[in-house]
Design a protein around this ligand. Structure first.
Ligand code: TYM
Length: 335
């Protein structure tokens, strides 16, 4: 039986946070046990908003080292840099011909990010979801582990795949329509200072964002000053976004259910919950931070891992592109 193919991408912003870790990275690690994992650091997505070229490269190494420190094993998965595999950009162009413009203009991320841009709103920002579709479809991946905020992007790529197959497939599933895999617990970790907003590198508050590379002291401080809600009962409730978020974080980090956490803290006060969450998150992230230091120091080794990954990824993507070009009638005929 062939193994399920799993693909996901992550932006090289370097300052990866607890939301990224719980919502996505933890799933990448476990997917190595379940199938053929392909993980891509998406530097071409990062250039769609204002950025600094030298910093982008540095952050790319940070992200690579974080993923390796978290447990991605290049012997058991493919880890590579998006811009090293040219098929992603070619497929973006080819797929743009089966993507509806109005749909791209209505995407939440495009609307939010274009409002936030002070200078240029680039065409790249509009095409961002098509590049993301190309990332996944180039590998004919069946499953895409992501956090809740990627749901709309997943819907779009499923649609693009279906449209491509309907237009060019001649009854065949040339491109695989992928399924998202969003975790049951921790799919949307919220900002600790403003628990009505998701934890994020760009939109959140510094004090409300726990970074994967934060020192233990900083993690404790952030969690202990997390905003909680009125009342004193430790339970999830739409009116208690702060407490609900802490319960969710503790459940995810311990691999327990939120119900079990509520039962354990039924008699406790908010302060006790915060202390427990802080201790659990420190223990959760400490080994990653330690391994990171060593891995990040050797850029040549990181480059060599990425190059090896790109070679393996490129071999898979080239096959898909060969089929897509042929179906679309572009390029020479294959022998
Ligand atoms: P990015 O780099 O913003 O985020 C990486 C992953 O982290 C998840 N995530 C969260 N999960 C839970 N709580 C949060 N607060 C939180 N914040 C972020 C995201 O859902 C994501 O899974 N467009 C993508 C990158 C991408 C991609 C792809 C993903 C490019 N190509 C192909 C999947 C497949 C992004 O910007 O993720």
């Amino acid at each position: 039986m062939s193994r399920i193919r799993i693909f996901s991408g992550i932006q090289p912003t370097g300052r990866k946070h607890l939301g990224n870790y719980i919502g996505a990275i933890a799933q990448y690690i476990s997917s190595q046990e379940r199938g053929e994992g392909i993980f891509c650091i998406v530097d071409l997505h990062a250039i769609t908003v204002a950025y600094d070229p030298a910093e982008l490269r540095a952050r790319l190494y940070d992200t690579t080292a974080i993923l390796l420190a978290a447990g991605l094993d290049p012997g058991r998965c493919i880890l590579f840099r998006q811009s090293d595999v040219h098929e992603h950009t070619e497929l973006t162009w080819l797929l743009s011909s089966v993507t509806e413009l109005g749909r791209l203009q209505r995407m939440h991320q495009f609307r939010d990010k274009s409002i936030a841009q002070r200078e240029l709103v680039s065409a790249g920002l509009l095409l961002y979801p098509v590049l993301q579709a190309a990332d996944v479809l180039a590998y004919r991946a069946e499953e895409v582990p992501v956090g809740e905020d990627q749901r709309e992007h997943l819907e779009l790529m499923r649609d693009v795949a279906r449209r491509f197959n309907a237009r060019f497939g001649d009854g065949k599933e040339v491109l695989v329509v992928p399924e998202h895999r969003i975790p049951e617990v921790g799919a949307r970790i919220m900002d600790l200072q403003d628990p009505t907003r998701k934890m994020s590198t760009t939109g959140g508050s510094e004090q409300g964002t726990v970074y994967v590379l934060d020192e233990a002291k900083a993690i404790e401080k952030k969690l202990k000053s997390a905003v909680t809600d009125s009342g004193s009962e430790v339970r999830r409730d739409p009116d208690k976004p702060g407490v609900s978020n802490l319960i969710e974080i503790l459940a995810a980090v311990r691999g327990a259910s939120p119900d079990a956490i509520e039962a354990e803290f039924a008699q406790a006060r908010y302060g006790e919950l915060k202390t427990a969450v802080a201790a659990a998150v420190v223990d959760y992230l400490a080994p990653v931070r330690e391994r990171f230091q060593e891995l990040r120091a050797d850029e040549a080794a990181l480059e060599s891992i990425l190059a090896g990954g790109a070679e393996r990824a490129g071999a898979i993507a080239a096959q898909t592109l060969g089929d897509v070009r042929q179906r679309m009638g572009v390029g020479g005929t294959r022998r």
